[in-house]
Design a protein around this ligand. Structure first.
Ligand SMILES: Cc1cc2nc3c(=O)[nH]c(=O)nc-3n(C[C@H](O)[C@H](O)[C@H](O)COP(=O)(O)OP(=O)(O)OC[C@H]3O[C@@H](n4cnc5c(N)ncnc54)[C@H](O)[C@@H]3O)c2cc1C
Ligand code: SF4
Ligand code: SF4
Ligand code: SF4
Length: 337
């Protein structure tokens, strides 16, 4: 049998511009490296499994099987990883829907940063994968092991970085309990890694914190558009936010804004083929849609997610379920799979 292997991934996903640059395929395979400039995986050396008759590293080759953009049985992943909660078509499986605000001055209610710090300090995990801020408000995937590193990564960078590649790095460093923050595609890839690669390794525990995501941008194009439309350097911003149809960049206390639709040319092509707004496979999902400014919307999906949320203190606000459903439906209707 000819397995798909990296060649299949290249033809069906990478060359079709569907790669989300999550890094899952490179996480555990020494033959793959990430081309940072072009934001795609490439073969470092020939893949021995691309040849007919050679036993696959998993059914279709692990790189192919863990990719979030290859065929995925979402329902079976839901039943494997999530609790018996309510099921709503656009929100997914959930045990609780909450609006919350912490003392962390994060992107919204600081819920993600507060949970990561508490989870580390109270022994739920021993490292976390975060997206640190790089030059020009870029995102850099990092393994953080302490409060300061986690706090430094707070705030949204509306671009992709290979978060999932860090799971392999963490395991190689000897970490066994790892938390991953990520967009819905990154959480899907993490679940596929757990299913394909880590199913025989129960001592590796992964906690997944999903972020709501309507779309993400190519960093170089976003920098260019920000200059063109707002006249500011993205790298000088103290905060970047997409809210209620507006793109808002704050520099030296002044907020510069434009319609988010003006950024359409900078949206990653793969995002137009993604139908998950709410990270439906995460232990706990967090976003801003559905709650007031300064609060985070929290969707608790599993017992692990519930345990994590119970570690932090936060004040509660009102959550508008219909608003989450409206945006999730808008994304699904707009995009094709
Ligand atoms: C690309 C992108 C698009 C988003 N779009 C929406 C949207 O349309 N609607 C909505 O309601 N919410 C969206 N969000 C989520 C929202 O911006 C906040 O991240 C979320 O509400 C959590 O807020 P917080 O205050 O709890 O986070 P904080 O406490 O500030 O922590 C933010 C965490 O996000 C991580 N992070 C930052 N950038 C990235 C990245 N690029 N990839 C992976 N992790 C990252 C950081 O590591 C940090 O741990 C988006 C997030 C991203 C990354
Ligand atoms: S994961 Fe398997 S199929 Fe993919 S490049 Fe590596 S060895 Fe080849
Ligand atoms: S696993 Fe991630 S990085 Fe690799 S091809 Fe798929 S989307 Fe791209
Ligand atoms: S829109 Fe989908 S593919 Fe694009 S970054 Fe968000 S979750 Fe990933």
């Amino acid at each position: 049998m000819l397995i798909k292997g990296f060649e299949g991934l290249k033809q069906e996903i990478i060359e079709a511009n569907l790669c989300t640059y999550c890094g899952a395929c490179a996480s555990f395979c020494e033959h793959i490296e990430l081309d940072v400039a072009n934001q795609v995986p490439i073969l470092r050396e020939e893949c021995p499994l691309d040849k007919e008759g050679v036993l696959g590293c998993s059914d279709n080759g692990t790189c192919y099987d863990v990719c979030p953009m290859t065929e995925t049985d979402v329902e079976s992943l839901e039943s494997r990883f999530l609790a018996d909660g309510e099921r709503e078509e656009y929100i997914g499986i959930y045990k609780a829907l909450i609006a919350g605000k912490t003392s962390v001055n994060g992107q919204d209610g600081g819920i993600v940063t507060a949970m990561l710090i508490a989870g580390m300090e109270k022994g739920l995990f021993d490292c976390v994968v975060v997206a640190d801020r790089g030059d020009g408000f870029n995102a850099i995937a990092r393994i953080a092991e302490g409060r300061e590193e986690i706090e430094r990564a707070k705030g949204t960078k509306y671009v992709q970085c290979p978060m999932v590649s860090k799971i392999g790095e963490g395991v190689k460093m000897g970490r066994r309990r790892i938390a991953v923050v990520g967009t819905p595609c990154e959480i899907r890839a993490t679940r596929k890694i757990q299913t394909v690669l880590l199913k025989e390794v129960p001592q590796i525990e992964i906690t997944t914190i999903g972020l709501f995501c309507f779309e993400s941008f190519y960093h170089d194009k976003l920098v260019k558009k920000t200059k063109e439309l707002l006249g500011v350097d993205l790298g000088t911003a103290s905060r970047v936010e997409i809210t209620k149809g507006e793109y808002v960049v704050t520099v030296n206390g002044t907020a510069y804004r434009t319609k988010v639709s003006a950024l359409d040319d900078a949206v990653r092509v793969n995002c137009r083929h993604c139908d998950d707004f709410v990270a439906r496979l995460a232990d706990i999902s967090v976003g801003s849609v559905g709650s007031e400014a300064g609060y985070s919307t929290i969707i608790v999906r599993s017992e692990r997610g519930e345990r994590l949320l119970n570690l932090i203190e936060f004040s509660r606000g009102e959550v508008k379920k219909e608003e989450i459903i409206r945006i999730a439906k808008l994304k699904r209707d707009k995009n094709v799979r």
